[in-house]
Design a protein around this ligand. Structure first.
Ligand SMILES: *[C@@H]1O[C@H](CO)[C@@H](O)[C@H](O)[C@H]1NC(C)=O
Ligand SMILES: *[C@@H]1O[C@H](CO)[C@@H](O)[C@H](O)[C@H]1NC(C)=O
Length: 266
């Protein structure tokens, strides 16, 4: 199999907020509308993404690699989900991964195994599960595969308790689907491959180029913005390209390999 390592020239944004208590809040987006820290809301508009499609899992892995020496745990934080209730804890997840935007509180996602949106996880546990799969270009499913990783590592997921608000007023979900369209296309054999547990890629296989670092501060909250270009092996994951390319023969080989992997167990 030929390895292509194509880097991008335009920009993925990976937004990281650091505070003094050794915690990192990290949000990722290809079209950042808002980002939040615990007590303040900052707004940031992005530029365009490159020839590869958005990859939330890889961007979280990259953010972790860049952050892990300055924090003990991370908050993976969707940029379009703003916490409205001060009762929500962002403290160190002593017991295990802490899913802040639980199915009982998230405005849209109510299935039991949902772990997307906002999750706090210690560096130790993130490394234990080898972070996220890098295979998920486009919108969706990377969090469900992450759930399978947590289960396989026997990590129990903790969620907020005794919260006085509900699905309609715990979070502001600010995402205008018409303005910021989700990239939901399933290209090549993406659909079947990404329905399966990925045991090949993760935190330790994420490769990227760090293009710029911006140090910024809004209302005394310091944060950094990293512009990174992630790598895509178009032989293994041809669906990272926006348009099907001509390398379909190698993608068929890839398909046969991955079909031997078991189903996601949920
Ligand atoms: C990455 O970690 C996994 C275990 O989570 C291991 O099986 C794999 O060999 C590692 N890959 C590399 C390239 O280090
Ligand atoms: C959520 O809480 C608000 C404020 O207490 C209340 O008005 C609303 O009816 C509740 N919604 C649901 C679905 O329970």
């Amino acid at each position: 199999m030929i390895l292509f390592s194509l880097f991008t020239f335009a920009i993925f944004w990976n937004l990281l907020i650091l505070n003094k208590e050794s915690k990192c809040i990290q949000s990722t987006s290809s079209a950042v509308v808002h980002q939040t820290s615990i007590n303040s809301i900052a707004r940031q508009q992005t530029r365009i993404v490159d020839r590869f499609r958005f990859n939330r899992g890889s961007l979280i892995n990259v953010g972790f690699q860049l952050a892990q020496n300055s924090c003990t745990y991370i908050a993976m934080h969707d940029v379009d989900l703003l916490p409205l209730n001060d009762q929500l804890s962002y403290e160190f997840p002593y017991n295990g991964p802490f899913h802040v935007s639980s199915p009982s509180l998230h405005p849209n996602y109510h299935y039991k195994t949902y772990v997307g949106g906002i999750m706090l996880i210690s560096n130790e546990h993130f490394k234990l599960v080898n972070g996220f799969s890098n295979n998920y270009f486009g919108w969706g499913l990377e969090d469900d595969e992450f759930y399978a990783r947590l289960m396989e590592a026997n990590l129990k997921i903790y969620r907020p308790e005794n919260i006085q608000t509900n699905q309609s007023n715990t979070f502001a979900h600010i995402h205008d689907r018409n303005v910021y369209k989700r990239d939901t296309a399933k290209l090549f054999n993406q659909k079947e491959v990404t329905r399966k547990r990925d045991r090949k890629t993760g935190l330790n296989t994420t490769k990227f180029n760090l293009l710029n670092i911006y140090h910024m501060s809004i209302e005394n909250i310091e944060f950094r913005i990293f512009n990174v270009a992630i790598e895509c092996n178009v032989d293994r994951t041809p669906w990272c390209l926006k348009q099907p390319s001509s390398s379909s023969s190698s993608s068929i080989k890839f398909k046969n390999q991955l079909q031997q992997q078991p189903q996601l167990n949920h």
